[in-house]
Write a protein that binds this ligand. Sequence first.
Ligand code: BG6
Length: 498
Amino acid sequence: MNEPIESTIPSLPEAGFVVIFGGSGDLAKRKLLPALARLRTEGLLPKEFAILSVGRSPLTDETFRSRAGRASQAILENLHYCQADYTPEGARVVDARMKEIAAERGLPLNALFYLSVPPDTFQPIIASLSEAGLVKEHCNGRGWSRVIIEKPFGRDLASARKLNADILPHLTEHQIYRIDHYLGKEGVQNLLVFRFANPIFEPIWSARHIDNIQITAAETLGVEGRGGYYETAGVLRDMIQNHLMQVLCLTCMEPPASLSPDDVRNEKVKVLKALRPLVLSGEDSDVVRGQYGPGRVEEQEVPGYRDEPDVPETSTTETFAALRCHIDNFRWAGVPIYLRSGKRMGHKGTQITINFKEGAKILFNALPGVVPPRNRIIFHIQPEEGILLELGTKRPGQSIRIERTAMDFAYREAFEHDSPEAYERLLLDAWRGDATLFVRSDEAELSWKYLQPVIEKWSTTSGKSKIPLYPAGTDGPEAAEGLLARDGREWVDFVQST
Ligand code: BG6
């Protein structure tokens, strides 16, 4: 059953460097280094490579290695450390260190720079690398050079545009890899395969057959000590502008001309361009926000958002948002796409639900009490990955009773391997020079442009009473139910593949 249908065996990346700015930080320790270690264990990295962590603390290679943690054992001897700041002088120190290591290890000077640092340092680091000649490809003995930029890419339309404008003089677009870790998730990548490798679905993937689409990313966690950061973000910036908008694009885009990075990204851009401006107030408002108050999550009492460290008592930052979006193109005219995401909700999981239209009210509907359920396809992205096709089925018995049943596909059962972590795939792709799963400048800007009016509206209200509270451990504020109820719909509960 599980015969692999792979058209290409992924090529090994070329020997070279991964240079991580912020390599002694939390993301590197928890995600990046373990991802690289797993890639190495799976034989997906070149024989020779070096990982150079750049930071301001005075560490030696040995101390850095000893801090790397058990999950990074497989790459321990490839790890190096270099103390440097983010100035051109610092970049020259990095350059000298790379050349030293290259000579020791016989490595070419190919470089994948990873900016795992606060966003206000993206521009100075790139400018310094550029001034020191480190991002000039194929010059002075250098090979290729690419830069992965961690999120957030801007905090509104103006800052995203400025960041693009500030870095584009130093790098060409093909060197820039704006990361969105949702694109590295197996279930998200499968959206394209599901839609375009299974021709039975294409004819029904439109307003003709689909009533509405729902994309939910719910978390049970709170802000986990990141109150300071979260106060500057909120769920709209933290989850919706990037992760959920990307999922929306992949769910709704037209088939690309090819799987090349630009063909795929061109189609996503067309979706973003076709989004109808959101209505922000009144009875027809498309937006709802909320903030968690104290409550119970997974049997534990938890404090409200305003009681979290570094959060002011008067905060109006949204920890929950729901949006009703419309894509004004031929395929999707009239189909609402509901997005919602929140912290401290009653369950944890990301799910995309395609709700099909009702059948004609004839035949079975004519029988008293028999209402065939609507068909649904549910993509589970996490925690377990799977796809559910819900059907109406005759309940065994002497009369006709129709019940909702599910054809349930769980990755865990169908494939022997656990899915790779998102960062594994993304690091490998960037190292191989494949930008398909990274966000292009126009995508980032268009997504901000769409949400900019909401950002502005929400940032101008202040005072506690202005944001509805929802008890931690629930599905968000009541208004989120109202958003769908007005349309005669309701949110589909989180259903987990079995
Ligand atoms: C990050 C956000 O981008 O995504 C976090 O900054 C959020 O606030 C996280 O918790 C969710 O990612 P995942 O992979 O756990 O769904």
